[in-house]
Design a binder for this molecule. Structure first.
Ligand code: ADP
Length: 410
């Protein structure tokens, strides 16, 4: 209310007035003098104890607001944080780039620092958004399609700071889009694969119905055999589709059961040999007697062996051996299946484990292939931290080998 000096003057005036009233009231001079001196001393003590200036209420706040603001973009920790970010981070003031992290420089070039952000990110959606005043630019995620190259997609998000400053975040969504595309391609391919045999079944059933029992026995038998074959193909496709979705779902779950790979490969080969396939007699097994302990999923490993043995039977020349070998190589088990057949041209080798990829579609269909066998093998091998290798010599044959790590110490 009063400043320090006014308070002192008022206190001394009050002491003087008190002394005058005391004298007028007939007080003795010595007592009045002593009381006056005590009053002066008290006023001086209080004056000395008061802070040099008492802040007005709210003064602290206004003082803080008047002090120059430290910009977040210029704080040394901002650059430190931004450079640790893997995705591009850009700071702007009045739309001029003042800071860009390594990822942003890599994406847009070093020249963006000092440039207008709308020319740095050359994309119409970004330009429109960044041209709006800060208040109008609500917290939205802006899609940058075909950025920075055709077929790629990034998203942009901004955080508005005071003083016309912004932080701009860019995120690469291209891989996510590719995964989405793969998923929808897979559904489209699977539907197409199912539709083909289904159309054949419906067509032959309709024909038999139209014939109204007039078809001769051989014709009826032929049609029924086609229906049977197509229905089995659909059944195999459904089995393989279920298998691939199961192995994909298990991808990150390490198998923990202790199993013997030797017993699994032996049982799988024996089961195929005992089956009705014309090539069953061509299977030759060379399985070492040693134990092959590993942590694995017995059903999946059986399926893996089954798929590569049946491929060798399907694509190898009839009457030539299909050799199944299992041996130890240090801490690894080496499973390989060799056939003598047409082999595979080198350009196809990297794509064989893609879902529905076939070198010769008609041939695969004629032998009952679904195009999923090696994709399933790849997933099972990955889950068991195994390495899949396909070596082939056109005109001679193919060797599919899988290296599986054995349980350490066994
Ligand atoms: P499919 O069900 O068509 O056999 P896979 O995924 O098992 O599907 O194999 C993919 C393609 O790889 C096959 O269509 C075939 O063209 C080729 N392939 C696989 N194994 C062999 C092999 N042992 N010899 C020659 N080609 C093979």
């Amino acid at each position: 209310m009063f400043d320090r000096l006014s308070s002192l003057i008022i206190a001394l005036t009050l002491v003087a007035l008190a002394a005058i009233f005391a004298l007028m009231a007939g007080g003795d001079l010595l007592s009045v003098l002593i009381l006056t001196l005590a009053g002066v001393a008290a006023a001086a003590t209080v004056h000395a104890a008061l802070p040099s200036s008492l802040p007005e209420p709210g003064a602290a706040a206004s003082e803080g607001a008047d002090a120059p603001l430290v910009s977040l973009l210029h704080h040394p920790d901002f650059a430190r944080w931004a450079d640790q970010e893997k995705e591009p981070v850009i700071g702007t003031a009045n739309n001029i780039v003042t800071i860009a992290n390594d990822a942003a420089i890599q994406l847009l070039g070093r020249h963006i620092v000092g440039a207008d952000i709308r020319t740095a990110i050359r994309h119409p959606a970004a330009t429109d958004y960044l041209s709006q005043p800060d208040e109008a630019a609500a917290l939205q995620v802006i899609n940058l399609a075909d950025f920075p190259r055709s077929g790629q997609r990034w998203t942009m998000r901004t955080a508005t700071l005071s003083g016309n400053e912004r932080i701009i975040f860019l995120v690469d969504r291209s891989a996510l889009d590719a995964a989405d595309r793969m998923r929808s391609d897979f559904v489209a391919n699977a539907s197409h694969e199912l539709r083909t045999p289904l159309a054949a079944i419906l067509g032959y059933v309709e024909t038999l119905q139209d014939m109204n029992g007039e078809a001769d026995q051989p014709t009826r038998s032929r049609f029924l055999a086609i229906i049977d074959r197509e229905a089995r193909r659909m059944q195999q496709l459904v089995i393989d589709l279920l298998s691939i979705s199961r192995v994909e779902a298990d991808r990150f779950r390490r198998p923990t059961a202790l199993i013997d790979l030797g017993a699994i490969v032996r049982a799988t080969a024996a089961q195929i040999k005992d089956g009705e396939d014309k090539r069953a007699a061509d299977i030759v097994t060379r399985i070492e007697e040693a134990p092959f302990p590993l942590e694995g999923d017995a059903a999946q490993l059986g399926q893996m062996a089954h798929n590569i043995i049946s491929n060798a039977m399907k694509y190898g020349r009839p009457g030539t051996p299909v050799t199944v070998t299992l041996k130890r190589k240090g801490e690894q088990a080496l499973l390989s299946v060799a056939d003598e057949g047409d082999g595979i041209a080198p350009e196809h080798l990297p794509r064989l484990t893609e879902r529905f990829y076939r070198v010769d579609e008609a041939r695969s269909r004629s032998v009952g292939g679904t195009g999923l066998g090696l994709a399933i093998v790849k997933h099972i091998a990955e889950r068991h931290q195994a390495k899949l290798h396909i070596a082939s010599e056109p005109g001679k044959g193919t060797i599919v080998s899988i290296n599986l790590p054995l349980k350490a110490g066994d």
